[in-house]
Design a protein. Structure first.
Length: 265
């Protein structure tokens, strides 16, 4: 989102109090809609945290009603999360006019339309309208992806300021940074910043392509937001990509007028 956010991420691993909060969220993130009940062993494995740490965190989270003990001795989500979920859904909801415009974009181009915002070292899907074809790019609202792979990620970095690529590389964990072709990443961000759009083929997975344009540039207060199309590389030909860019540019202009989720303002 900004250098402030990136510095906060680094301090989260260094400051004791903040580190405890970060670890509590790591435990909570083990739970999903498909897996709402987990054993202690599963939480330890999923979080990668020591067993004793997980036990202490579970006790605290149960006391705060964020988690609770299920009848079979496993752990499940608590009632307090209902309020947080309702609040988050309302704050992150895409305005109806914007959702309708994304649907028209997907129908017009035949590809999945996604609205992405930068969140630290990740891009998050905050809105999505699926392609009408059965063979399509699948993105779910709330999905998080690395900020160093794909057209939308490259453009989010480019739209976050002239030094954003350096800040991202500095903030990446060593394991992730070692897997990045730094020269190629810098070049892609430079081109995206110059052109105002980005195109990628097979960056995140073979056979999948993406095109993205800027909806809003980021600053110290608000994250960058981009609008992208994703789908099979076979349909992202040299002839079709310019057509996609024209459709994206028109849709992005409309979305600036119809608005973004309240949480992004």
């Amino acid at each position: 989102m900004s250098t402030v956010t990136e510095a906060s991420e680094r301090s989260a691993s260094e400051g004791g109090g903040v580190r405890a909060v970060t670890r509590a969220f790591e435990v909570l993130q083990c739970f999903t809609a498909a897996r709402p009940v987990l054993s202690l062993a599963e939480i330890v494995r999923e979080s990668g945290l020591p067993r004793t740490t997980v036990l202490r965190l579970i006790d605290t989270l149960v006391g705060e009603r964020m988690l609770r003990h299920a009848a079979d001795g496993r752990i499940t989500v608590g009632a307090r999360l209902i309020r947080l979920a309702a609040f988050a859904e309302a704050a992150w909801a895409v305005p109806d006019e914007t959702a309708d415009r994304m649907t028209r974009l997907a129908q017009e181009t035949g590809e999945t339309a996604s609205l992405y915002a930068r969140s630290g070292l990740r891009r998050v899907a905050v809105g999505q309208s699926p392609s009408p074809y059965s063979l399509r790019h699948v993105v779910q609202v709330g999905d998080e992806m690395p900020l160093v792979l794909g057209a939308a990620s490259t453009l989010l970095v480019a739209a976050s300021g002239p030094d954003a690529a350096d800040h991202v590389l500095e903030a990446l964990p060593a394991a992730e940074r070692s897997a990045v072709d730094v020269a190629s990443f810098r070049a892609a961000v430079h081109e995206a910043r110059r052109d105002g759009y980005a195109v990628s083929h097979g960056a995140r997975e073979p056979g999948n392509s993406g095109v993205a344009v800027i909806v809003r540039e980021g600053d110290e207060r608000r994250p960058a937001v981009v609008l992208g199309l994703g789908g099979p590389t076979a349909r992202f030909t040299e002839e079709r990509v310019p057509v996609f860019l024209d459709a994206l540019t028109a849709a992005a202009a409309d979305i600036r007028r119809t608005g973004l989720p309240a949480a992004l303002d």
